[in-house]
Design a protein around this ligand. Structure first.
Ligand SMILES: [Zn+2]
Ligand SMILES: [Zn+2]
Length: 134
């Protein structure tokens, strides 16, 4: 480590490594985001990648949660279906490396909650339907 040189400035000694690409970084190249160390290129990529994944996965989880709540009181599974689809979209984007993986847990939760909401919606829908039959 003591012999390592900055990838961008070979004259300067490296003090840290980028947590994304692993490049050696001198003191002037170290950038921090959410407590992690990145190089200049990676901090840009992480900052731009992070937003859409987090937002989309939050929407997916919100819709799934809403759908699950709604399905318990009324046969209304549209939000669950949307949340389920959004969750799957986020998971596919994460697996393809298109977006940061920080939204992954939320996307999985959204898929599970969406599926549960659909089942609950289906059960309560069937209950409402059959209870109205003469
Ligand atoms: Zn980097
Ligand atoms: Zn440097």
């Amino acid at each position: 480590m003591t012999q390592s040189r900055c990838a961008a400035h070979p004259a300067d000694q490296a003090v840290d490594t980028c947590s994304r690409c692993g490049n050696f970084l001198c003191l002037g190249c170290v950038l921090k985001l959410d407590g992690r160390v990145y190089c200049g290129e990676c901090v840009k990529r992480v900052a731009t990648e992070k937003q859409p994944a987090s937002k989309l996965s939050s929407w997916a989880l919100g819709l799934s949660g809403l759908g699950l709540l709604a399905a318990c009181i009324a046969p209304f599974a549209v939000a669950s279906l949307l949340g389920l689809i959004l969750g799957i979209v986020v998971l596919r984007q994460v697996s393809q490396g298109l977006v940061a993986s920080d939204g992954r847990a939320r996307a999985i939760a959204a898929v599970v909650a969406g599926a549960l909401g659909l089942v609950a919606g289906g059960i309560s829908g069937a209950y409402f339907y059959f209870s109205r039959l003469p």
